[in-house]
Ligand binder design. Structure first.
Ligand code: SF4
Length: 470
């Protein structure tokens, strides 16, 4: 009898199943555990209190990202809490023998940027990290998911987790993206169509001509925001783009073993005749630059569109739409283009990679940041910063009036010195526009692609980047 066709999720899940638990969950082996300074101090403390040690330090890697300042990184940090968290991570890693990519390593950066760029993230792996945006790593064909502090403790102690197997929805993006339309616009469109809770209980398998044509960095942007659509997992099947991306990276298999690894990685891809629990199709030709107008990443419109009327929202969402309009100070029917911005932020694990900075620099080149706008470019990692500087992108940004910062999460969330003030409006390439996310309880976030952020920075308002690229 022919073997049943399987999805990548089926195959990777099966390969990592230790046993079925009486609860109906699976005891899943975790191939790679990525840790950072924010969600680990308590987990290590719980481990010590239970008299346990880190079970597999060789499968655990650490970085500092959330709380590091990006203007000056001299130690001790100005913020005593940031300094304390960093010291705790250094000590915990030293005691357990966990490799740490600290500020002196040359490899530090946002956890979801450095995993792929170092070749730690590989197809067919299970990857856990105490951060919601861990599905990013699924771009390479891994099953990657965010976990809470008590689960961080569990993985440190056992290298396993009790997990319920999700269903799989294939999200097919067909056709071709127009110039000025980016991966960020695609994933914001997916979230807008399927809703912020549409993916609950699902893994999203992203496929179709648009995904096949994307670079690895673009796929990372797509998978990164899976959780914003409710899906804890998001992945793209590994292909030639994946293998070429990984070749030669520090933790990728060495040349002698690489071809063998590729054969196994290829075998983990979804079978052609596999069945999905659901399939959704999106026409890539119709995707336009997207901007959020509300307080969750599903509340968005195309840049040519107007802010929608809550009276036309599905009944279950009317209240949130009204709340969003009230908080943002917008009126239904108002065009999103032309909305004045105070701050422009280019960075984060969604859009802080080299190709993102190139796209933003293409817009910034030869222009000036509008009067009254504070504009920041924050590379996702030290490696991204070096590569961008080697191309002279930092000079392009500086000449245009942007601040060129050091690697970290920065203004993606208000856990470091980079924060919105008061009611400021921020054009942001990050992933969450929740109330208070960027550090001010009254600050307002408009999510968009890095090129759109650059367009907003130089015009002082939400603008259609396609007009600046002509
Ligand atoms: S950049 Fe933002 S979403 Fe990404 S890891 Fe940092 S805080 Fe989390």
């Amino acid at each position: 009898m022919a073997a049943m066709a399987e999805t990548l999720l089926d195959k990777v899940w099966r390969a990592h199943t230790v046993r079925m638990l009486p609860s109906g969950q699976t005891q899943l082996f975790i191939g790679l555990h990525l840790i950072h300074e924010v969600t680990t101090p308590q987990a290590f403390q719980m481990l010590r209190e239970a008299g346990l040690r880190v079970r597999m330090p060789e499968r655990t890697f650490a970085t500092v990202d959330h709380i590091v300042p990006t203007a000056s990184q001299h130690r001790p940090f100005g913020d005593p809490l940031a300094e304390e968290m960093t010291v705790a991570l250094v000590e915990n890693c030293r005691a357990a023998g966990i490799p740490l990519f600290d500020l002196e390593s040359g490899r530090q950066g946002i956890v979801h940027v450095i995993g792929p760029e170092l070749g730690l993230t590989q197809p067919g792996m299970t990857i856990a990290c105490g951060d919601s945006h861990t599905a990013t790593h699924g771009a390479l064909g891994a099953l990657a998911f965010g976990i809470g502090t008590s689960q961080v403790r569990d993985v440190l102690a056992t290298q396993c987790l009790a997990m319920a197997k999700p269903k799989v929805r294939q999200v097919r993006v067909e056709g071709k993206l127009a110039r000025g339309v980016y991966a960020k616009d695609v994933i914001l469109t997916v979230i807008q169509r399927l809703g912020v809770k549409g993916g609950v209980g699902y893994a999203y398998e992203y496929a179709g001509a648009v995904l096949e044509a994307m670079s690895m960095e673009e796929r990372l942007t797509i998978c990164n925001m899976s959780i914003e659509g409710g899906a804890r997992f998001g992945y793209v099947n590994p292909d030639a783009t994946t293998f070429e991306y990984l070749r030669g990276r520090p933790f990728a298999p060495p040349a002698a073993a690489f071809d063998r690894a590729v054969a196994w990685w290829r075998s983990m891809a979804t079978d052609l005749d596999a069945r999905f629990d659901d399939v959704v199709r999106i026409d890539g030709d119709t995707v336009q630059p997207v901007v959020t107008w509300g307080i969750n990443p599903g509340q968005s419109v195309g840049v040519e569109e107007r802010i929608p009327d809550p009276e036309r929202a599905p009944e279950s969402e009317r209240g949130t739409w009204r709340e969003a309009l009230g908080f943002m100070g917008f009126k239904a029917g108002q065009p999103i283009a032309g909305t004045r911005v105070d701050v422009a932020f280019i960075g984060s694990c969604t859009n802080g990679r080299l190709s993102d900075l190139r796209a933003a620099a293409e817009v910034a080149r030869g222009r000036r940041v509008a009067a009254g706008v504070r504009a920041l470019v924050v590379p996702g990692s030290q490696a991204v910063a070096r590569a961008a500087e080697a191309e002279g992108l930092h000079e392009v940004f500086r000449a245009a009036g942007f601040e060129w910062r050091r690697a970290g999460c920065s203004m993606c969330l208000g856990m470091n010195e980079d924060k919105l003030q008061g009611r400021e409006v921020c054009a942001s390439s990050s992933n969450r526009n929740f109330i208070g996310r960027q550090g001010s309880p009254h600050g307002r976030t408009l999510l968009m692609s890095p090129a759109m952020v650059a367009a907003a920075a130089v015009t002082g308002a939400v603008a259609d980047v396609r007009e600046l690229l002509r």
